[in-house]
Structure formats: structure tokens, C-alpha cells
Design a protein around this ligand. Structure first.
Ligand code: C2E
Ligand code: CA
Ligand code: CA
Ligand code: CA
Length: 279
């Protein structure tokens, strides 16, 4: 009776019911949104130790006709629940490959990479490797310029299949990055077996790297670990010169964050890349 009471209470909690309704509405809108091209990819620059842009991360937004620009934290979890992450993720991947193809024509952008976030659902889909291969083939891009950002939650189970699939992606020539590193499950022994190119330090650690000795120690450990496994390491969420300096001193290879640039619409990014001094 107690359990039932709690469930009943939950069900009639007006705030929670409002969230459920809002998510259901967003979920229903999503199908239409994809068809009507309401999703937009923004691109956030990543820079090397010299401050040179080496690539960008593709970050999706939803230009909703009534609600305005919606950030992914509000709709990616909904899309993961209702399965829309598959067509949405596929669309982001295709868009990124088309952008890489467009950039191949300019000397300033021909070597830039684009990192695409891949949700666990997408990665687990039996056709995922084929879809990546098809996107590369259709656009004719150099596969190493496409970087797939995978998360540690992939490593929670079905490890053998995951490692095999990562190997197939590596065979296509794409670059593999482990996103939000440090927040999840990876152990040293697992990490050693993965065909990775890069680790990304989550912005949660970067935020307090100068004030929280634990976060400083974790960041240092991740960088040391990456170096010992010959992986590149990228810090996300870098907002201050002091954070950049600390991380660079520890040996971090690349940086991404508001210190350099927020995620930008493609027109703004293109204008900047063509004429950096104007930015
Ligand atoms: P993420 O992959 O960890 O991406 C980094 C997030 O940090 C982005 O949030 C970015 O805008 C934000 N960020 C970058 N620099 C700074 C900074 O200096 N300070 C702070 N406070 N934040 C910074 P965003 O764009 O809101 O994306 C949130 C999350 O949504 C992403 O986290 C990613 O997990 C997910 N996401 C975005 N696009 C996609 C997508 O196409 N597919 C999938 N599956 N997930 C996506
Ligand atoms: Ca990411
Ligand atoms: Ca993150
Ligand atoms: Ca902290």
C-alpha cells in the first residue's frame, strides 16, 4: 500500500506531470521538427597549444517555432527515450560530413576536424558502422577528419561487442574520442584495450581546477594517463586563461571553451575562419 501510495502521489504531482506533458509534447514535435529542418548544428572551435583552431565540435540546437532556440540538455534525453535520437543523430552526422566536404575546398579549413557526439543508442544500432561508412562515401571526406565522441556509459556492459565495433570504426579511418572522461566507469585495464585516439576531460573537472585540489588531481591524472597510453587529451569548458595555463602546464594538447569561442552558427564560424582578424 505504501508503494502504491508513493506511485499515486508521484503520478498526481502537478510539477512532475507538467514535465511529463512538456516532454511528450517536445517528443511529438521532434518528428515534425526534423522534417521541417528546425534542428541546427552549431560548431565550437577546439584549439591547440599555440591557439590554432584544429577542429570543431558539432553541437545540435533546436530552433523551435514557438519556444525559440532550445539547448540539447532539454531535448537529447527526450530523444533518447523516444528513439528519435537515431534519425536526429544520423542527421547531425550527415550534416557534419557535408560541412567537412565543403571545407575541403579552402586551404584555411581543409584539415579541420569535426567531432560528432554519438549516443549509446546510436552506437549500439546494428547499422551504425555502415551508416558512418555511407556518410563518408557519399561526401568523399577524409575519414580521419571525422571524430566520433563516445561516452563512458558505452563501457558499462557488452564490452567485447563495443571493442569490436570501435575497431570496425577505426578500420574506416575515423578518429575516436572518449567524451566526459572521468565521470563514469572506465578502468585503466579497459581503457588500454580500446582503440581510442583521444580523451576529453569533462568541463565539470575543468571548472574548479584552480580551486578544488581534487579536480586538479583528477585533471592531472587524466592527462598523465592519456600520455602514457599515447592518447591526445582535450579539455572542454575552458573559460579562463588561468585554467588554460594550468592544463597546458600539465600537458593538455587541446582546449575548447568560452575562453576561445562559444558554439557558433555555421555562417559566423565560416566568416571567422575566412578572416580570423575580423573576429
Ligand atoms: P558535451 O558533449 O559535454 O558538450 C560540451 C557542452 O559544454 C556543450 O553544451 C557546450 O556548449 C558547453 N560548453 C562549451 N564550452 C563551455 C564553457 O566554457 N563553459 C560552459 N559552462 N559550457 C561550455 P551544449 O551545446 O548545451 O550540449 C550539451 C550536451 O548535449 C553535450 O555535452 C552532449 O552530451 C549533448 N549533445 C549536443 N549535441 C549532440 C548531438 O548531436 N548528439 C548527441 N547524442 N548529443 C549531443
Ligand atoms: Ca561532446
Ligand atoms: Ca561534457
Ligand atoms: Ca568540483
Amino acid at each position: 500500500a505504501k508503494t502504491l501510495g508513493r506511485n499515486t502521489l508521484c503520478f498526481f504531482d502537478p510539477a512532475m506531470q507538467a514535465t511529463v506533458n512538456a516532454n511528450a509534447a517536445l517528443g511529438a514535435d521532434m518528428r515534425i521538427a526534423l522534417k521541417e529542418k528546425q534542428f541546427v548544428v552549431y560548431y565550437q572551435p577546439q584549439v591547440d597549444r599555440q591557439g590554432v583552431i584544429t577542429g570543431v565540435e558539432a553541437l545540435v540546437r533546436w530552433q523551435h517555432p514557438q519556444r525559440g532556440l532550445i539547448t540539447p540538455i532539454h531535448f537529447i534525453p527526450v530523444a533518447e527515450d523516444n528513439g528519435m535520437i537515431l534519425p536526429l543523430g544520423q542527421w547531425v552526422l550527415e550534416t557534419a560530413c557535408e560541412q567537412l566536404a565543403a571545407w575541403a575546398d579552402w586551404p584555411q579549413t581543409t584539415n579541420l576536424s569535426i567531432a560528432v557526439n554519438v549516443s549509446v543508442h546510436q552506437f549500439r544500432h546494428p547499422d551504425f558502422v555502415d551508416m558512418v561508412m555511407a556518410a563518408i562515401g557519399r561526401t568523399g571526406i577524409k575519414p580521419q577528419r571525422l571524430k566520433l565522441e563516445l561516452t563512458e556509459s558505452l563501457l558499462a556492459d557488452r564490452m567485447e561487442i563495443t571493442i569490436e565495433k570501435m575497431g570496425m570504426l577505426k578500420d574506416l579511418g575515423v578518429t575516436l574520442s572518449l567524451d566526459d572522461f572521468g565521470v563514469g566507469y572506465s578502468s585503466l585495464s579497459v581503457l588500454k584495450r580500446l582503440p581510442l585516439d583521444q580523451l576529453k576531460i569533462d568541463k565539470g573537472f575543468v571548472a574548479d581546477v584552480l580551486t578544488d585540489p581534487n579536480d586538479a588531481a583528477i585533471s592531472r591524472a587524466i592527462i598523465t594517463l592519456a600520455q602514457s597510453l599515447s592518447l591526445q587529451v582535450v579539455a572542454e569548458g575552458v573559460e579562463t586563461h588561468e585554467q588554460r595555463e594550468f592544463l597546458a602546464y600539465q600537458g593538455c594538447d587541446q582546449f575548447q571553451g568560452h575562453l576561445f569561442s562559444p558554439p557558433l552558427p555555421i555562417a559566423t564560424l565560416d566568416a571567422f575562419l575566412r578572416n580570423p582578424s575580423s573576429g
